[in-house]
Design a protein around this ligand. Sequence first.
Ligand SMILES: [Zn+2]
Length: 287
Amino acid sequence: MQFELVDVGERASWGARPPRRPWRPFSKPPRLVVFHHTVSGIGRVLGPEEEAFLQREMQRHHMNLGWGDIGQHFTVFKSGRILEGRPLGAVGVHAAGANSYTIGIEHQGNFEVEEPTEAQLEASARLIASLYRHFSWPDDGGERLRPHREFSRTACPGRYGMVSLDHVRSIVSRLVSVSGGTDKSMRYPFQLEKNGAWRGHVFVGDGRSIWLHLYTLDRPGRVHLALYRWGTKPFEPANAAWRSWLDVSWGLSVEVSRLVPRGEYLMDVFAPQESATIYGDVEEIVR
Ligand SMILES: [Zn+2]
Protein backbone atom coordinates (compact mmCIF):
# COMPACT_ATOMS: atom_id res chain seq x y z
CA MET A 1 0.00 0.00 0.00
CA GLN A 2 1.48 3.27 -1.05
CA PHE A 3 0.83 6.22 1.20
CA GLU A 4 3.23 9.11 0.91
CA LEU A 5 3.38 9.69 4.67
CA VAL A 6 3.65 6.13 5.97
CA ASP A 7 4.25 2.53 4.90
CA VAL A 8 1.53 -0.05 5.38
CA GLY A 9 2.26 -3.78 5.10
CA GLU A 10 -0.18 -5.33 2.65
CA ARG A 11 -2.25 -8.43 3.35
CA ALA A 12 0.21 -10.71 1.57
CA SER A 13 3.00 -9.54 3.90
CA TRP A 14 1.34 -11.09 6.95
CA GLY A 15 -0.10 -14.18 5.26
CA ALA A 16 -3.75 -13.16 5.22
CA ARG A 17 -6.29 -15.81 4.34
CA PRO A 18 -8.72 -14.89 1.53
CA PRO A 19 -12.01 -13.51 2.83
CA ARG A 20 -14.78 -16.04 3.40
CA ARG A 21 -17.11 -14.03 1.15
CA PRO A 22 -16.72 -10.94 -1.05
CA TRP A 23 -16.07 -7.71 0.76
CA ARG A 24 -18.96 -5.23 0.77
CA PRO A 25 -17.87 -1.91 -0.71
CA PHE A 26 -18.75 1.36 1.00
CA SER A 27 -21.84 2.88 -0.62
CA LYS A 28 -20.59 6.37 0.25
CA PRO A 29 -17.08 7.53 1.12
CA PRO A 30 -16.40 6.90 4.82
CA ARG A 31 -16.33 10.07 6.91
CA LEU A 32 -14.88 9.17 10.31
CA VAL A 33 -11.95 7.18 11.72
CA VAL A 34 -12.47 4.97 14.80
CA PHE A 35 -9.58 4.47 17.25
CA HIS A 36 -9.41 1.06 18.99
CA HIS A 37 -7.05 -0.91 21.21
CA THR A 38 -6.63 -4.66 20.72
CA VAL A 39 -6.50 -5.46 24.48
CA SER A 40 -4.33 -8.47 23.53
CA GLY A 41 -0.64 -8.14 22.74
CA ILE A 42 0.13 -6.33 25.97
CA GLY A 43 3.40 -5.10 27.22
CA ARG A 44 6.20 -5.04 24.71
CA VAL A 45 7.31 -4.06 21.25
CA LEU A 46 7.05 -7.05 18.91
CA GLY A 47 9.22 -8.05 15.98
CA PRO A 48 7.79 -8.19 12.44
CA GLU A 49 7.22 -11.96 12.62
CA GLU A 50 5.35 -11.69 15.89
CA GLU A 51 3.24 -8.85 14.54
CA ALA A 52 2.31 -10.89 11.46
CA PHE A 53 1.40 -13.78 13.75
CA LEU A 54 -0.80 -11.54 15.91
CA GLN A 55 -2.51 -10.17 12.81
CA ARG A 56 -3.22 -13.71 11.55
CA GLU A 57 -4.57 -14.64 14.98
CA MET A 58 -6.92 -11.66 14.91
CA GLN A 59 -8.13 -12.65 11.45
CA ARG A 60 -8.68 -16.24 12.60
CA HIS A 61 -10.54 -15.06 15.69
CA HIS A 62 -12.79 -12.71 13.69
CA MET A 63 -13.55 -15.34 11.03
CA ASN A 64 -14.39 -17.84 13.80
CA LEU A 65 -16.99 -15.32 14.93
CA GLY A 66 -18.59 -15.76 11.49
CA TRP A 67 -17.26 -12.55 10.01
CA GLY A 68 -16.06 -12.60 6.40
CA ASP A 69 -12.56 -11.39 7.24
CA ILE A 70 -10.50 -9.54 9.84
CA GLY A 71 -12.70 -6.74 11.16
CA GLN A 72 -10.47 -3.66 11.13
CA HIS A 73 -8.90 -1.79 8.22
CA PHE A 74 -5.50 -1.28 9.88
CA THR A 75 -3.49 -2.43 12.89
CA VAL A 76 -0.86 -0.08 14.32
CA PHE A 77 1.71 -1.89 16.46
CA LYS A 78 3.83 -0.59 19.33
CA SER A 79 6.83 -0.66 16.98
CA GLY A 80 5.16 1.93 14.76
CA ARG A 81 4.69 -0.62 11.99
CA ILE A 82 1.26 -0.83 10.36
CA LEU A 83 -0.46 -3.79 8.73
CA GLU A 84 -3.40 -3.66 6.36
CA GLY A 85 -6.50 -5.50 7.51
CA ARG A 86 -9.65 -5.35 5.47
CA PRO A 87 -9.15 -3.33 2.25
CA LEU A 88 -9.81 0.38 2.55
CA GLY A 89 -12.69 0.21 0.07
CA ALA A 90 -14.54 -2.44 2.07
CA VAL A 91 -16.94 -1.94 4.98
CA GLY A 92 -15.34 -3.28 8.17
CA VAL A 93 -16.64 -4.87 11.36
CA HIS A 94 -15.26 -2.90 14.30
CA ALA A 95 -17.82 -0.40 15.63
CA ALA A 96 -21.40 -1.63 15.86
CA GLY A 97 -23.81 0.82 14.27
CA ALA A 98 -21.06 2.88 12.64
CA ASN A 99 -19.31 0.46 10.30
CA SER A 100 -21.01 1.77 7.18
CA TYR A 101 -19.31 5.17 7.40
CA THR A 102 -16.09 4.65 9.36
CA ILE A 103 -12.53 3.36 8.96
CA GLY A 104 -11.37 1.17 11.87
CA ILE A 105 -7.82 1.34 13.24
CA GLU A 106 -6.70 -1.13 15.90
CA HIS A 107 -3.71 -0.36 18.12
CA GLN A 108 -1.69 -3.12 19.78
CA GLY A 109 -2.02 -2.97 23.54
CA ASN A 110 -4.40 -2.63 26.45
CA PHE A 111 -4.65 1.12 26.97
CA GLU A 112 -6.67 0.65 30.12
CA VAL A 113 -3.44 -0.40 31.86
CA GLU A 114 -0.61 0.85 29.63
CA GLU A 115 0.13 3.84 27.44
CA PRO A 116 0.52 3.65 23.66
CA THR A 117 4.14 4.09 22.52
CA GLU A 118 5.18 7.37 20.92
CA ALA A 119 6.15 5.49 17.75
CA GLN A 120 2.66 4.01 17.67
CA LEU A 121 0.91 7.36 18.04
CA GLU A 122 3.15 8.99 15.42
CA ALA A 123 2.48 6.15 12.96
CA SER A 124 -1.23 6.29 13.68
CA ALA A 125 -1.27 10.04 13.05
CA ARG A 126 0.57 9.62 9.75
CA LEU A 127 -1.90 6.95 8.71
CA ILE A 128 -4.89 9.11 9.65
CA ALA A 129 -3.40 12.12 7.85
CA SER A 130 -3.04 9.86 4.79
CA LEU A 131 -6.75 9.07 5.05
CA TYR A 132 -7.51 12.81 5.20
CA ARG A 133 -5.56 13.26 1.99
CA HIS A 134 -7.02 10.21 0.36
CA PHE A 135 -10.65 11.13 1.00
CA SER A 136 -9.95 14.87 0.48
CA TRP A 137 -11.12 15.74 3.98
CA PRO A 138 -10.23 19.35 4.84
CA ASP A 139 -8.11 20.13 7.91
CA ASP A 140 -10.48 20.25 10.90
CA GLY A 141 -7.96 19.75 13.70
CA GLY A 142 -8.22 15.98 13.41
CA GLU A 143 -11.87 15.95 14.53
CA ARG A 144 -12.73 12.99 12.33
CA LEU A 145 -10.74 10.77 14.69
CA ARG A 146 -13.16 9.29 17.25
CA PRO A 147 -12.84 6.74 20.07
CA HIS A 148 -14.74 3.45 19.73
CA ARG A 149 -16.73 4.21 22.92
CA GLU A 150 -18.46 7.06 21.13
CA PHE A 151 -20.35 4.51 19.03
CA SER A 152 -20.67 1.35 21.11
CA ARG A 153 -21.01 0.23 24.73
CA THR A 154 -17.33 -0.38 25.36
CA ALA A 155 -14.39 1.02 27.30
CA CYS A 156 -12.31 0.90 24.10
CA PRO A 157 -9.75 2.46 23.58
CA GLY A 158 -9.10 2.55 27.34
CA ARG A 159 -8.26 5.55 29.50
CA TYR A 160 -4.70 6.00 28.16
CA GLY A 161 -6.07 5.70 24.64
CA MET A 162 -8.58 8.42 25.40
CA VAL A 163 -5.95 10.86 26.68
CA SER A 164 -3.81 10.20 23.57
CA LEU A 165 -6.44 11.26 21.08
CA ASP A 166 -5.80 15.00 21.20
CA HIS A 167 -2.07 14.41 20.73
CA VAL A 168 -2.77 12.31 17.63
CA ARG A 169 -5.24 14.88 16.35
CA SER A 170 -2.67 17.66 16.64
CA ILE A 171 -0.12 15.68 14.57
CA VAL A 172 -2.79 14.85 11.99
CA SER A 173 -3.79 18.48 11.71
CA ARG A 174 -0.19 19.61 11.27
CA LEU A 175 0.43 17.04 8.52
CA VAL A 176 -2.82 17.80 6.71
CA SER A 177 -2.44 21.58 6.87
CA VAL A 178 1.19 21.50 5.70
CA SER A 179 0.69 19.05 2.87
CA GLY A 180 -2.73 20.02 1.57
CA GLY A 181 -3.81 18.07 -1.45
CA THR A 182 -4.47 14.37 -1.57
CA ASP A 183 -2.32 11.30 -1.30
CA LYS A 184 -0.55 10.15 -4.42
CA SER A 185 -1.91 6.68 -4.84
CA MET A 186 -4.12 4.18 -3.18
CA ARG A 187 -5.11 0.63 -3.78
CA TYR A 188 -8.61 -0.79 -3.79
CA PRO A 189 -8.26 -4.54 -3.52
CA PHE A 190 -11.18 -6.68 -4.49
CA GLN A 191 -11.98 -10.30 -4.93
CA LEU A 192 -13.88 -11.81 -7.80
CA GLU A 193 -15.90 -14.86 -6.89
CA LYS A 194 -16.22 -17.94 -9.03
CA ASN A 195 -18.07 -17.46 -12.30
CA GLY A 196 -19.19 -14.06 -11.38
CA ALA A 197 -18.77 -10.40 -10.96
CA TRP A 198 -17.43 -8.02 -8.40
CA ARG A 199 -18.33 -4.41 -7.94
CA GLY A 200 -15.88 -2.08 -6.25
CA HIS A 201 -16.36 1.49 -5.13
CA VAL A 202 -13.58 3.84 -6.22
CA PHE A 203 -13.06 7.44 -5.15
CA VAL A 204 -10.95 9.45 -7.53
CA GLY A 205 -9.30 12.81 -6.94
CA ASP A 206 -8.44 15.50 -9.46
CA GLY A 207 -6.43 14.63 -12.53
CA ARG A 208 -5.84 11.02 -11.68
CA SER A 209 -5.59 7.89 -13.68
CA ILE A 210 -6.72 4.50 -12.53
CA TRP A 211 -4.63 1.39 -12.91
CA LEU A 212 -6.29 -1.97 -12.59
CA HIS A 213 -4.18 -5.01 -11.85
CA LEU A 214 -5.52 -8.55 -12.13
CA TYR A 215 -3.63 -11.64 -11.22
CA THR A 216 -3.76 -15.23 -9.94
CA LEU A 217 -6.20 -16.46 -12.54
CA ASP A 218 -5.87 -20.24 -12.70
CA ARG A 219 -5.76 -20.39 -16.48
CA PRO A 220 -6.00 -17.92 -19.38
CA GLY A 221 -9.41 -16.35 -19.64
CA ARG A 222 -11.44 -13.32 -20.56
CA VAL A 223 -12.31 -10.56 -18.17
CA HIS A 224 -14.77 -7.74 -18.84
CA LEU A 225 -14.09 -4.39 -17.20
CA ALA A 226 -16.42 -1.43 -16.86
CA LEU A 227 -16.22 1.82 -14.93
CA TYR A 228 -19.40 3.69 -14.10
CA ARG A 229 -20.14 7.03 -12.51
CA TRP A 230 -21.66 6.67 -9.08
CA GLY A 231 -25.00 8.26 -8.26
CA THR A 232 -26.80 7.88 -11.57
CA LYS A 233 -29.40 5.23 -12.28
CA PRO A 234 -28.94 3.38 -14.42
CA PHE A 235 -25.20 3.84 -14.07
CA GLU A 236 -23.68 5.73 -16.94
CA PRO A 237 -20.43 4.53 -18.38
CA ALA A 238 -17.74 6.96 -17.23
CA ASN A 239 -15.73 6.43 -20.34
CA ALA A 240 -16.56 4.19 -23.27
CA ALA A 241 -12.94 3.12 -23.50
CA TRP A 242 -13.28 1.56 -20.08
CA ARG A 243 -15.65 -1.11 -21.29
CA SER A 244 -13.42 -3.76 -22.75
CA TRP A 245 -12.51 -7.42 -22.74
CA LEU A 246 -9.03 -8.47 -21.78
CA ASP A 247 -7.18 -11.73 -22.10
CA VAL A 248 -5.65 -12.61 -18.79
CA SER A 249 -3.10 -15.33 -18.33
CA TRP A 250 -2.26 -17.11 -15.16
CA GLY A 251 0.27 -15.31 -13.01
CA LEU A 252 0.32 -12.21 -15.15
CA SER A 253 -0.71 -8.74 -14.18
CA VAL A 254 -2.88 -6.78 -16.57
CA GLU A 255 -2.61 -3.04 -16.28
CA VAL A 256 -5.14 -0.64 -17.73
CA SER A 257 -4.64 3.06 -17.31
CA ARG A 258 -7.25 5.73 -17.90
CA LEU A 259 -7.38 9.36 -16.83
CA VAL A 260 -10.76 10.05 -15.28
CA PRO A 261 -12.34 13.16 -13.75
CA ARG A 262 -12.73 13.60 -10.02
CA GLY A 263 -15.67 11.68 -8.61
CA GLU A 264 -17.03 8.44 -7.33
CA TYR A 265 -17.08 5.41 -9.56
CA LEU A 266 -18.16 1.83 -9.58
CA MET A 267 -15.75 -0.67 -11.05
CA ASP A 268 -17.43 -3.78 -12.40
CA VAL A 269 -15.40 -6.84 -13.27
CA PHE A 270 -16.94 -9.90 -14.94
CA ALA A 271 -15.31 -13.23 -15.71
CA PRO A 272 -18.25 -15.39 -16.78
CA GLN A 273 -16.31 -18.41 -18.00
CA GLU A 274 -13.84 -18.55 -15.18
CA SER A 275 -13.90 -21.10 -12.43
CA ALA A 276 -11.01 -19.43 -10.69
CA THR A 277 -10.96 -16.73 -8.13
CA ILE A 278 -9.37 -13.53 -9.33
CA TYR A 279 -7.72 -11.02 -7.07
CA GLY A 280 -6.86 -7.56 -8.14
CA ASP A 281 -6.48 -4.01 -7.08
CA VAL A 282 -7.22 -0.62 -8.48
CA GLU A 283 -4.61 2.03 -8.00
CA GLU A 284 -5.06 5.68 -8.75
CA ILE A 285 -2.05 7.69 -9.69
CA VAL A 286 -1.57 11.45 -9.88
CA ARG A 287 -0.50 12.70 -13.25
ZN1 LIG B 1 -12.68 -0.89 19.86
